[in-house]
Design a protein. Structure first.
Length: 728
């Protein structure tokens, strides 16, 4: 027993050896929660309080479940085979397999993954002759999953309008199709399992009597139905041991309900709330910054991370003139760290939005630094970008059969596999390209005409204008606008416009006749090279790129958090709502606590994002970190100037000696435009709204007005004859 408990700190020991009662363990980042969970499980078995088959342990990933089983096997001289340790979906699948008849399922029911489910929805819509533009398959699948995760069958869904009523009907038809085919999707696993327990008393009593201890990992990420499933199992007197961190609840968009933690504490009258606050990952300054940021959230259960590893290095802060300079600075710092002996795989570059990665990837590619996009695809490998590039390839060369096949029916235009097969046969017989064969007639002829129309529409246009035309005329933008989760894809398409503009600025302009074919071909080659080269294998020493969401659960020696600007991080979609802003702050807390030794945070005065130049104020998160924890790598920014809201203000652009001049395209976008003595990009102060930056201007004389981004106060148009603006 002493070996089992050796090395635990006092709160960890208290959590592991709690008597049999409900408990909530608030486990801060890097506080050893996996060890506590596993040791608790081993301690219960070794002290004879419960047998291996009397425990139910729920994790959020299969990887976490495997790790728990491996650690448990090393701790106990017993077999872990047959123990109920797994994810919600895995455990529900196991329960339904054992009671398939009672659950109304065939013995060998199949599970649909997300791709299978989408295909099933598409098949349903086609069979019912439903307009998939009005009812996009992804939107319908998302609607169905959302209802199931809320525990609602079609009859229980409230529909106040005709559109929702039709979606409910499709939900009902989808259920019938799945039942007929003997398949279940992921959301159905949990709902069907919950219904089985709720409606079948003998089965419910069996599991309530069997599982005397229920342990739950990442409790802050549970949704409404998962919590109800746990409550049902614990209703027979089992002890719930829930481990989580409300400060790391960042999956509200997936249905996670951080309020489950408070509800659990209240509903189960939890007397034991143990806080694991000693951190074994990060140095003191990093933890102090994280604590300072998260304390601004009101609805917290509360804890304060600390370490005995010392303060460590200060947090390095960099203000760039634009996003290109920011990316170049990051590259130089990565090179310096590598020269000092730090492995690139121990460095992570984090960003709030996927579209930000394009500029960062380009800088890494140009510098020859290997990198891996963790949990996602490189920019030029993303589906929507590859679709757009395929259209561009057909403009450059209509005989490109690979590009033709990729987009001939995307967006959907009724050209099925049989039509394509006949087209390929005709092209082979005539020894011509698919595009040429398609001109003969039929639905494929409409697509061939679309490519000809695109080519004509793009004559004489610049490269970025060509990309814009392709995105609109091809229907790609319209297609992704109809998808419920299409915003990221639209952002990446907008970023492709920025990529084209920056490419022309760096590689040369169109010729005197306005011909863009040469640039287009060069741009397509550039895209292929960036997508295909420097592919790091598992064993390679590669920098890790990822969104902050993807970084949860990971840790690195050095972490770069880029794009810390109002409207980007915190995201503009979140700052208007208290809950949204608190989730953004939890995201920042997660980002900061990924770093072990070094943390870099940066922002840019101007950023080309989604095809537009943005003038942003520094993120409010800078204000929330104590000044003594920061080390400015650029001259310290001006503070306050008597404005109502102090915050950070821009000084003159400061670019290091090694930074090349900003590309002409970017400079052209940020050219000064004088209005009433003020210019776009200028920093100003207002008595009520505080510090801001001018993002637009129009008019003259008494009609002159400017649009100012005041960060957290929003973007406002102000008449210069009325507003008392002063240069900041």
């Amino acid at each position: 027993m002493s070996n089992l408990l050796r090395g635990l700190n006092p709160p960890q020991l208290a959590a592991v050896t709690l008597p049999p009662q409900h408990a909530l363990i608030l486990a801060g980042a890097g506080s050893g929660k996996t060890r506590v969970l596993t040791t608790r499980l081993a301690w219960l078995i070794q002290t004879g309080q419960v047998g291996p088959h009397g425990i139910l342990a729920v994790t959020f990933t299969n990887k976490a479940a495997r790790e728990m089983l491996t650690r448990l096997s090393a701790m106990l001289p017993i077999s872990t085979r047959g123990m109920w340790i797994g994810t919600f979906h895995g455990l529900c699948n196991r329960m339904l397999r054992a009671h398939h008849r009672d659950a109304g399922l065939p013995q060998l029911f199949q599970i649909l993954d997300s791709a299978d489910q989408l295909a099933a929805v598409k098949r349903l819509l086609k069979g019912l002759n439903v307009d998939d533009e009005k009812f996009p398959p992804r939107d319908i699948a998302s609607f169905i999953n959302g209802q199931k995760e809320a525990g609602l069958r079609p009859d229980a869904v409230e529909a106040w309008d005709e559109y929702t009523r039709r979606r409910v009907e499709l939900y009902r038809e989808y259920e019938a199709q799945c039942q007929r085919e003997g398949v279940v999707d992921f959301a159905e696993l949990l709902l069907r399992s919950y219904e089985l327990l709720a409606r079948n008393e003998p089965i419910r009593l069996h599991y309530q009597n069997r599982f005397r201890h229920i342990l739950v990992d990442e409790f802050q990420d549970t949704n409404v139905l998962q919590y109800r499933w746990l409550k049902l199992l614990a209703a027979g007197g089992a002890c719930l041991f829930c481990v989580g961190d409300d400060d790391q609840s960042i999956y509200a968009f997936r249905g996670a309900e951080v309020g489950n933690m408070r509800d659990f504490e209240r509903e189960f009258r939890v007397d034991n709330v143990i806080r694991l606050e000693q951190n074994y990952r990060s140095q003191g300054n990093i933890l102090d910054a994280a604590n300072a940021i998260i304390k601004h959230n009101a609805a917290r259960l509360g804890k304060n991370l600390w370490t005995d590893a010392g303060s460590g290095e200060p947090i390095r802060v960099y203000e760039a003139f634009n996003d290109i300079e920011e990316a170049r600075w990051i590259v130089e710092e990565i090179k310096s760290l590598a020269a000092e002996g730090m492995a690139r795989r121990e460095m992570a570059l984090l960003y709030r939005a996927n579209a930000q990665s394009r500029v960062l990837e380009h800088a890494l590619f140009s510098a020859g630094l290997p990198y891996r996009v963790y949990g996602g695809l490189r920019f030029f490998e993303r589906q929507e970008v590859k679709h757009a590039l395929a259209y561009l390839r057909l403009i450059a060369n209509a005989d490109d059969d690979g590009a033709f096949l990729r987009v001939v029916n995307f967006p959907a235009r009724g050209i099925g596999a049989r039509t394509i097969e006949q087209l390929q046969d005709a092209a082979k017989a005539e020894k011509v390209s698919l595009h040429s064969a398609a001109r003969s007639g039929g639905k494929a002829a409409v697509f061939a005409a679309l490519i000809d129309k695109l080519k004509a529409a793009c004559e004489g246009l610049t490269l970025s204008e060509t990309v814009e035309q392709v995105l609109e005329i091809s229907g790609l933008r319209a297609h992704y606008r109809t998808e419920k989760e299409g915003q990221d894809r639209l952002a990446n398409l907008d970023e492709l416009v920025s990529a084209a503009e920056n490419f022309v600025a760096e590689e040369g302009n169109v010729d005197a006749e306005g011909e863009v074919s040469g640039d287009l071909a060069a741009f397509l080659s550039h895209a292929s090279l960036e997508a295909g080269e420097h592919q790091a294998g598992e064993g390679d020493d590669a920098l890790q790129l990822m969104t902050v969401h993807s970084a949860k659960g990971l840790e690195f020696d050095a972490v770069f958090i880029s794009g810390l600007e109002e409207g980007l991080f915190p995201h503009e979609n979140s700052v208007r709502e208290e809950k949204g802003l608190e989730e953004e702050r939890r995201l920042m807390y997660v980002a900061v606590t990924r770093a072990r030794k070094r943390l870099y945070i940066s922002h840019a005065q101007t950023r080309m994002l989604h095809g537009q130049t943005r003038y942003n104020l520094p993120s409010r998160f800078f204000d929330e970190i104590p000044e003594g924890l920061l080390k400015w790598l650029t001259p310290k920014l001006a503070r306050g100037h008597g404005a109502a809201s102090p915050g950070l203000a821009y000084g003159a652009p400061r670019r290091p000696a090694w930074a090349e001049p900003a590309p002409a395209a970017v400079m052209r976008r940020t050219a000064e435009k004088e209005t009433g003595g003020f210019r776009i990009g200028q920093n100003v102060a207002h008595a009520k709204f505080g510090q801001g930056v001018i993002v637009n201007a129009e008019g003259s004389g008494s009609d002159a007005r400017v649009q100012v981004n005041f960060g957290r106060e929003g973007v406002k148009w102000l008449a210069l004859s009325v507003a008392k603006l002063t240069p900041a």
